[in-house]
Design a protein around this ligand. Sequence first.
Ligand code: LFR
Length: 463
Amino acid sequence: MTEFAAVDLGASSGRVMVGRAGPGELALTEAHRFPNEPVRAAGTLLWDILSLYRGVLDGLAKAGPVASIGIDSWAVDYGLLDSSGALLGNPVHYRDSRTDGVPDQVARTLGDERLYEVTGLQKLPFNTIYQLVSAIGTPQYEAAQQVLLIPDLLAYWLTGELGAEYTNASTTELVDVHTRDWSLPLITGVGLRPSLFPPIRRPGSVIGEHSGTPVVAVGSHDTASAVVGVPAEGERFAYISCGTWSLVGLELPEPVLTEESRRANFTNEGGVDGTIRYLRNVMGLWPLQECMREWGTTDITDLLRGAAREKALQSVVDLDDPVFLPPGDMIGRLVRAAGLQDPSPPVITRCILDSLALAQQRAIEQAQQLAGRDVDAVHIVGGGARNELLCQLTADACGLPVLAGPVEATALGNILVQARAAGVIGGDLAALRAVLRQTQQIVRYEPRGDASAWRHAAKRIAG
Ligand code: LFR
């Protein structure tokens, strides 16, 4: 068995995991976990990137000797480097409000239809394109020589090598989904400098070395690694990578770029091995995390027990509403949107979970229609796979079996791509997923009752 280190940075914590892999074998242990606490300074919400890098270095030291290192994180955010390679300020958090109004401004220049034709990306206010356009004219932007997405920035600090890993670059809304490379017409069309963007690198390629250990490009977008980590058999499956976000969709060989798909705001993000991650961002567990922060509790078990005792579908909200995107006063926003009379923690938790199951069901149904592919099962991976109530409600809402696990799909996807690059495990994505099915615990939830109550609830929201 060979050991690999996966650096996995999430919105609320970072981890360095050690994966042991061999033919038919795959096991993970956590070497180090550290908090990821954004900081608001002078009115801007920032990532504390040096504290994250400190966590990565400490974690790699604790992990000990490994065959290689792979890094993944959330998407879209970046650091700017000056001509000496120094970082120009802290990366800004995608939930910061600096892009307010920018998507409409860019749409007026380029047109949303053209943007979708070229990139296939869903329009999210925080896509890199909008963040960069909002930075044009600032001293930082004017001094910048390179833009590096978060995992590429960390890889640069570890190895001294510049590059842009493809799956994550695909989330910028500046990559052409046809050529799978930077779109120069779009970059210049919005007034950005093409020289800012380093060459694209593919998952599985060697980036460089850190203290003699190879650093290997993986699906550096955490969701791309999570999709590798979905233990599905065949093609007829939907996945939900459920954590702070729920990324809900299908794996396809080609993008879907129809007008209906654009209107439904489905994205065609780049996956490992040239696949397309056809999905939509659903608000995920973020609203619950924010409420828990306001309630001052970290005990989700107790909340879920209370929520399970509440009557189903009493109040639902449209979790796709961008009103829930920024941090702060989440309870107030939910109470107002749902018209809750009794905003106790169990009632609010149940409202969030019912609404999330409903939003997930809607995305799965739409993805099937838009892509013309039916599914037989829904895989839930990531932290949400631990949430039994959410898994059951999702099965009920979809009228399909839910297969929950692994919780650590992202780190496992990261390790699998490294293990394959090292020649320790062979094969295509199907072969990698077969290893997951042999080695990881997966829990099956059958749908209960008929889904009509869910359809009525969906109408309540739409109406
Ligand atoms: C999940 C994720 C999503 C992306 C969001 C913001 O962690 O990477 O895929 O849309 O974070 O980057």
